[in-house]
Design a protein around this ligand. Structure first.
Ligand SMILES: NC(=O)c1ccc[n+]([C@@H]2O[C@H](COP(=O)([O-])OP(=O)(O)OC[C@H]3O[C@@H](n4cnc5c(N)ncnc54)[C@H](O)[C@@H]3O)[C@@H](O)[C@H]2O)c1
Length: 462
């Protein structure tokens, strides 16, 4: 639904008035479109401390097709390789293509307080120069169990990135990626973060393992030849997931309750997929899915409902219906499909949590419990599903997303939900869909057990 405040602040009088009144000034986010598939400006590759992965990172960034500049001398602002004076070049307006679209800071070698000073030195002169809707991606290392100085420094990066995300403004996002092994394993993650697809993901810490990954034949259609089943696909976030996975080349099976058949069939016809009208809580749901889809690569558990009441006023049936749809059916179908070997090796399961589940929310003990349960399932099952079945398990945790679900929220709470995040606006269903597509990507085999919030760095549960 339309965000009138965001539209208003995008106009000259709106900008003037909101600045004068000290009101939030959300920037319109630049998302993926066929006309804007990737960033236009340069990507600065910086290093803090002794470069550990520099050559490897340069290679990965080089493959993205982005205009990557390395070797910036932060004291002079001069790029020693290209001779480009970054600070002089970025004097123009914040939307200027001459500004860096993104900065990638390799902080993997930072192991003490001196190393942290180098993080400051690297980003201090250039952080403000990043274009509107741009990115800062910090690469870190896993936190050591044996070296408490390294652990302190690497944990410090978490507080650092989250704080920078909150202050940077203009639709710019900041993310920390912890790489356990070769940087090449993080290629799909870096491509996602350094693209307009990740517009509403900020303040996140993503862990990438050393697991081997499979590069797709075509990075523009990474899901070609793969089949994905999406539950709750008739509308809202599920329908957006269907659109994005179809764009990325997947064959689709779209599942929703029989009463949504008309919308489901219309979407399936438009995306050249198959409609499967089925209540996911039905006792035979898993069998019916396996009958309809003999070979499945990606299972997206998106169907979800709310039945809000404070606990004292919540009858057992309201508790049970939310638990059945949001959690029990996810556990049951996941178990049945994995046990039957119905998910192909190299495949993925993407479940849907919620920031309400991570933060808690008054009137939502049932919903929050079900969504926190999704996070628990994801973290526990992921290593076993990968070891036993070659399948990753991850979850998206949407924040305030503009859908029918949030349109039903009372005006005041809705407005608070929209603004109480670092980007000052609600997300779009497509933002959750893009994150789902990154999890489903064949090169994301190293991304496992992650619960990634798509929330514009919401203050809830931060
Ligand atoms: N919109 C948000 O801000 C937000 C925030 C956090 C999490 N989420 C989660 O994202 C998911 C999608 O949310 P949405 O906003 O698109 O909701 P929505 O209500 O617009 O869509 C949910 C879809 O799930 C389907 N569904 C419900 N019960 C089903 C069942 N038993 N079997 C099959 N399909 C069923 C519905 O028919 C509907 O098409 C949900 O899991 C929701 O909890 C949404």
């Amino acid at each position: 639904m339309a965000d009138r405040y965001l539209n208003f602040t995008g106009t000259a009088p709106g900008r003037f008035l909101t600045r004068r009144l000290g009101l939030p000034q959300p920037a319109e986010l630049r998302r993926w479109s066929a006309e804007y598939p990737s960033f236009e400006g340069v990507v600065l590759h910086l290093t803090a401390g002794e470069p550990k992965h520099s050559a490897e990172l340069a290679e990965v960034l080089g493959r993205t097709g982005l205009d990557v500049r390395t070797g910036l001398d932060v004291r002079t602002g001069l790029d020693v390789r290209t001779g480009l004076d970054v600070r002089a070049e970025v004097e123009g307006p914040s939307e200027s293509a001459a500004r860096p679209a993104a900065i990638v800071l390799d902080a993997t070698a930072v192991a003490d307080v001196t190393g942290l000073a180098q993080v400051h030195a690297a980003l201090h002169p250039v952080a403000r120069t990043v274009a509107a809707s741009g990115r800062i991606v910090v690469l870190g290392s896993p936190v050591s169990r044996d070296d408490h100085h390294q652990a302190a420094a690497q944990q410090a990066l978490e507080g650092f990135t989250r704080s920078l995300g909150k202050e940077i403004g203009r639709g710019r996002t900041v993310t920390l990626v912890r790489v356990e092994g070769p940087v090449a394993a993080a290629e799909s993650t870096l491509r996602f973060l350094l693209s307009p697809r990740s517009a509403y993901v900020s303040g996140q810490v993503i862990e990438v393992t050393a697991a081997e990954t499979t590069a797709p034949a075509d990075w523009a259609r990474p899901l070609a030849g793969r089949t994905a089943l999406i539950t709750g696909a008739a509308r809202g976030i599920g329908a957006a997931v269907a659109e994005v996975l179809a764009r990325d080349g997947a064959r689709l099976v779209l599942l929703d309750v029989p009463s949504a058949r008309q919308d489901l069939e219309a979407l399936a016809a438009r995306l050249d997929g198959t409609a499967l009208p089925l209540d996911i809580t039905a006792a035979d749901a898993a069998e019916r899915i396996m009958d309809a889809v003999p070979s499945l690569d990606t299972l997206v558990h998106n169907a979800g409902i709310t039945r809000d009441r404070t606990l004292a006023k919540m009858p057992a049936d309201r508790w049970a219906s939310v638990m059945d749809v949001n959690l029990a059916s996810v556990l049951t179908t996941t178990d049945a499909l994995l046990k039957a070997g119905a998910l192909n090796r190299g495949g993925s399961i993407v479940a849907t949590a919620s920031i309400a589940g991570l933060a808690g929310n008054a009137g939502q003990t049932n919903y929050a419990a079900s969504k926190a349960g999704i996070a628990g399932m994801t973290r526990s099952l992921a290593p076993r599903a990968l070891a036993d079945h070659g399948v990753t398990v991850n979850a998206v945790a949407p924040g305030f997303i503009e859908t029918k679900m949030t349109a039903a929220v009372p005006l005041f709470i809705r407005e608070a939900g929209r603004r109480m995040n670092s980007l000052g606006q609600g997300g779009q269903p497509v933002d959750v869909a893009e994150t789902t597509a990154w999890f489903a990507h064949p090169a994301s085999g190293s991304v496992n057990g992650q619960v990634v919030r798509v929330c514009g760095q919401s203050l809830l549960g931060a």
